[in-house]
Design a protein around this ligand. Structure first.
Ligand SMILES: Nc1ncnc2c1ncn2[C@@H]1O[C@H](COP(=O)(O)OP(=O)(O)OP(=O)(O)O)[C@@H](O)[C@H]1O
Length: 305
């Protein structure tokens, strides 16, 4: 069953001073999904997010939030969005709690119970009455996410939420984001230049480069066992004849090497087929592509921080 689409970008473009910053970006974000926006520095991740939250206008294209065009009905669409785009600004000498209460009063219908709920959701209860200035960077980020969630938005937009955090802090944020998506059914769009994070946190990733969509990757498909394997055989000339009736996805690399993209459970039957077809199999080895390999391959080896 297809999930409800809560955010849709259709051929979005942005030109600033005659420079096309965003050339043509389209993607969808579904309820409860965690989607990563991945791209080298300067590829347009922040600009894309700024347009979604209305901090920047679109030069062309459309953005729909829960079916409402942000161009035509901004006030209706923006109420479904919570965002942390720049470093969140809090009063340093107020406690985390007082800060959240302060922001909650500016939002319609946010009760003290909801404030307590987001504090619990982000694991901030034990430190919530301490001054904001005493918080670690990870706690400041979590308070920022808690603030963005106060009005229970359908979509949470986070620009590099793990930037500057140590590995333990990164893991913490990752666990909390997964929890938010599960518990509140929130759709999360986050950007990161850390590929490993995107791979761990997200259900899907959109790769962009030079303001242009490059590829969408489904992490669950990867996790569901689709592997890249390398098979060394005595000769590859007859491979196509041997496998003629099967819908294998493969590439002959040279006279002895073939690469297959295959479900793990189909490897033994593939092996059998090759052997029965008169092909001598020397090695079968797993070449599971990491997101990093794929990213470098797709973006032509651009340097990533
Ligand atoms: N207001 C602006 N005026 C002119 N150029 C801009 C403006 N905002 C962004 N740019 C340019 O647009 C491009 C994309 O920037 P953006 O910040 O969206 O990229 P990014 O993928 O978020 O990069 P980073 O990871 O470094 O933050 C960059 O070349 C940037 O210099």
């Amino acid at each position: 069953m297809k999930q409800e689409v809560v955010l849709e970008l259709c051929h979005v473009k942005k030109t600033i001073k005659n420079k096309e910053i965003i050339k043509d970006i389209s993607f969808e974000l579904c309820k409860g999904e965690v989607l990563g926006l991945l791209g080298p520095n300067g590829s347009g991740k922040t600009t894309t997010m700024r347009m979604i939250v209305g901090l920047m206008s679109l030069s062309d294209g459309e953005i729909y939030i829960k079916g409402n065009s942000i161009n035509q009905n901004f006030s209706e669409s923006i109420k479904h969005v919570g965002a942390m785009i720049e470093t969140p600004a809090f009063y340093p000498f107020y406690s985390g709690f007082k800060n959240l209460m302060y922001f909650s009063r500016m939002l319609e219908g946010v009760t003290k119970d909801r404030v307590l709920e987001v504090i619990d959701l982000l694991g901030l209860s034990s430190a919530i009455h301490k001054k904001f200035s005493t918080y670690s960077l990870g706690m400041k980020q979590r308070l920022g996410i808690a603030q963005a969630l106060l009005h229970n938005p359908a979509i949470l937009i986070l620009d590099e939420p793990t930037n500057g955090l140590d590995p333990a802090g990164v893991r913490e944020i990752r666990d909390y984001l997964k929890r938010i998506a599960e518990v509140e059914d929130t759709a999360i769009l986050l950007s990161s230049h850390l590929l490993s994070e995107i791979e761990l946190i997200c259900d899907r990733a959109i790769i962009i480069q030079n303001g242009q969509f490059v590829e969408a990757i489904d992490m669950n498909e990867k996790a569901n066992g689709r592997l890249v394997i390398e098979i060394i055989v005595n000769q590859t000339n007859d491979i196509e004849t041997v496998l003629q009736q099967k819908d294998y996805k493969f590439e002959i690399i040279n006279e002895r090497t073939i690469i297959f993209e295959i479900d793990e459970e189909k490897i033994p039957s593939l092996n059998k087929e090759l052997v029965l077809g008169g092909i001598e199999v020397f090695y079968i080895s797993r070449k599971k592509e990491s997101l990093e390999d794929l990213f470098i391959q797709l973006t032509g080896g651009n340097v990533i921080e």
